[in-house]
Ligand binder design. Structure first.
Ligand SMILES: O=P(O)(O)OC[C@H]1O[C@](O)(CO)[C@@H](O)[C@@H]1O
Length: 445
């Protein structure tokens, strides 16, 4: 189970002011529980972990097995909440060099539909030319351009390469129950499909088939992932007192820091496998809170890598930031620094130490330096990178996000701002139905 430590924020804000959020957090929790707050038609994620049935998991695992048995490569096509959760979990749990290994225990997972890079898509289709590949097409709306465009290419290539019957077997859709082009195609072509519930928004959907299916294909234990999330659901529940509730404390602390002028939260990791957890987190908090001209800007760094690029700014730049560090207590492998007789690099003082001990001292040294430099620091300790712990971490962030959005006074479950670029893009591309917008935008150019 994860733990949260806010001690190193307390030189900047007081424990009393954080704990004074108790009543507001309670109100936020009640609004979530009773569905009386803003965006209350999107609360399906709240009790999702505890309501996932063994039958549902078995169905997901059986479909994953079909893909595992018939594919060397599986393309996860999706964007935003329709791919980041899966990628976050898969990359956190995978060997860092998994795609380079000769003996593969699972299909290589590749992501597409999250950009409009012609070179990216060309190179992908080239790579797939001699591969037995399958596709998981993930889109809640079923109409997202980036994903639909990639899927159009991949569907055709899969059918041409593998034949329509096999394509039917290795293309799976995860989409809305009724609406959208992805649903129409899945039904018409007879693809196996999974439903994204109406009341679960994309960025809260990692524990639906959106995340669970690709994670199972990659060979990870979705039962343990869900169990970790379900335990965290209990630990962050409305009846858990403020002082013992990590989601409540995290939400309150970041809101209090924001009030004190700390406008940017930097999510920090000291483990490169967590890069995509940060990407997932950025969408979760960015889309949920960045509206009505408000909201903490969610940024992320990978340390110690980025200490050599962003470290200067964090240490001495504008004092509008705070850090939330995800610290992994126990690594999965053991590697000691070797002794070297010549000691030309001067590293013999590290000989015999675990690499992780060096990393942990980098982490502690960074925390002390940044706090001294005026950066409040929260710490989330994850016992290890396992399905159970990652499941808990994801749910913790979701629950805290719901509470935090209500503390901020916004609707954390919509994202109206994302439509602006889409409208302009469609107008510029002369999409049917956008004639007026096309005229208006041409006049602006
Ligand atoms: O699953 P969909 O409908 O393709 O949407 C993908 C992503 O696009 C957004 O709707 C923003 O455009 C996100 O909220 C969402 O996660």
């Amino acid at each position: 189970m994860i733990s949260l430590n806010i001690e190193k924020t307390l030189g900047f804000i007081s424990k009393e002011t954080v704990f004074a959020y108790d009543a507001q957090v309670k109100a936020a929790q009640e609004a979530l529980e009773n569905g009386t707050g803003k965006g209350n038609d999107f609360l399906g994620w709240l009790h999702l972990p505890s309501s996932i049935t063994p039958e549902h998991l078995a169905d997901l695992k059986a479909t994953a097995q079909v893909l595992r048995d018939n594919c060397e490569v599986v393309i996860v096509a999706g964007i935003g909440g329709s791919y980041l959760g899966a990628r976050a979990v898969i990359e956190a749990l995978s060997n860092s060099f998994t795609w380079l290994q000769d003996k593969k225990t699972a299909p290589v997972i590749i992501y597409a539909g999250h950009n409009i890079g012609e070179d990216y898509l060309y190179e992908l289709t080239e790579y797939l030319k001699d591969k037995k590949f399958g596709v998981i097409n993930i889109s809640k709306s079923g109409t997202t351009t980036e994903t639909a465009l990639a899927f159009r290419l991949l569907k055709k290539q899969c059918e041409d390469q593998r034949g329509r019957d096999m394509a039917k077997k290795v293309i799976v859709a995860v989409t809305d129950a009724r609406k959208g082009a992805a649903r129409v195609t899945a039904d018409k072509e007879g693809y196996k499909s999974f439903i994204i519930p109406d009341n679960v928004g994309g960025r809260f959907s990692v524990l639906t088939p959106v995340g669970l299916l690709p994670i199972a294909v990659a060979g990870f234990d979705i039962e343990k992932l869900v169990a970790g999330a379900a335990d965290m659901e209990k630990a962050c529940a409305a009846n858990v007192p403020f002082a013992e509730n990590p989601a409540a404390i995290y939400a309150a602390t970041r809101n209090e820091l924001y009030k004190k002028g700390k406008k940017i939260e930097i999510l920090v990791n000291f483990n490169p496998k967590l890069h995509y957890v940060s990407e997932w987190w950025k969408q979760l908090y960015g889309e949920s809170e960045g509206k009505d001209n408000k909201g903490i800007f969610p940024a992320a760094v990978d340390f110690s890598t980025d200490l050599h690029s962003m470290g200067q700014w964090i240490q001495e730049g504008e004092r509008t930031i705070f850090e939330t560090v995800i610290s992994v207590e126990k690594v999965n492998h053991k590697l000691e620094v070797p002794s070297d007789e010549a000691n030309l690099d001067g590293l013999n003082f590290l000989a015999g130490k675990r690499v992780d001990e060096v990393n942990k001292m980098a982490e502690l040294g960074t925390q002390l330096a940044h706090v001294d430099g005026g950066v409040p620091n929260m710490r989330i300790v994850l016992p290890e990178l396992s399905e159970y712990c990652i499941g808990g971490l994801l749910y913790f962030f979701e629950k805290a996000c719901g509470i935090s959005g209500y503390l901020l006074g916004v609707n954390p479950f919509n994202q109206p701002g994302v439509e602006a670029y889409k409208k302009n893009m469609f107008a510029l591309l002369n999409k049917p139905g956008y004639e007026e917008e096309s005229k208006a935008i041409q006049a602006k150019l």
